[in-house]
Write a protein that binds this ligand. Structure first.
Ligand code: ZN
Length: 173
């Protein structure tokens, strides 16, 4: 939590009206957030908090790239992120558990954790199938050396029976 202190927005003392925040998200952010599906990133976040008397709204824009691990060749590739998200905050305790679009801020909670919102929005953008994009000619841009290595390894696994004996070893916990 302390590591990402700059993402804590103290809404309690804010005046009514709009407040602008800018964040630069880099590799360290994903290390601190302990997200292992994302290997790094370079993103600009513009966070506009509009405080009204009974609720707050945040307009969050996140633009840049994240580094994902390719499912096919296991090398990193940059994945473009361009998000615009509107988030509503209300004060008090949720009366409607089915409404997931609204974040309820309890009396004792004086901060909005922008890092959580940024993280959640980025995670929603990760494709199910993570592979290097094709180039203009429709050819894969995967690292061929890596693919060959994986191929070799797979073949060796199939033919090398010397290790089969290991499969029968039982480990006690
Ligand atoms: Zn790849």
């Amino acid at each position: 939590m302390d590591k990402l202190i700059e993402y804590q927005i103290p809404h309690k003392g804010l005046s009514i009206g709009q407040h602008d925040y800018n964040f630069h998200v880099d590799d360290k952010f994903f290390v601190d957030k302990q997200v292992d599906t994302i290997n790094g990133g370079n993103l600009e976040v513009h966070f506009v908090l509009d405080k009204q008397s009974r609720l707050m709204q945040a307009d969050i824009s996140i633009i840049g790239t994240i580094a994902l691990i390719c499912d096919r060749c296991l090398d990193n590739f940059d994945y473009e992120i361009n998000i615009n998200h509107n988030q509503i905050f209300k004060f008090g305790i949720s009366s409607d558990i089915h409404n997931e679009d609204i974040i309820y801020l309890e009396e004792a909670n004086h901060f909005i954790d922008a890092s959580e919102l940024i993280m959640e929005n980025i995670l929603l953008q990760i494709p199910i199938k993570k592979v290097h994009p094709d180039d203009e000619d429709g050819n894969s841009t995967c690292k061929t050396e890596q693919l060959n290595l994986i191929d070799d390894y797979a073949k060796r696994e199939q033919t090398d029976s010397r290790w089969d004996v290991l499969k029968n070893i039982k480990f006690d916990d």
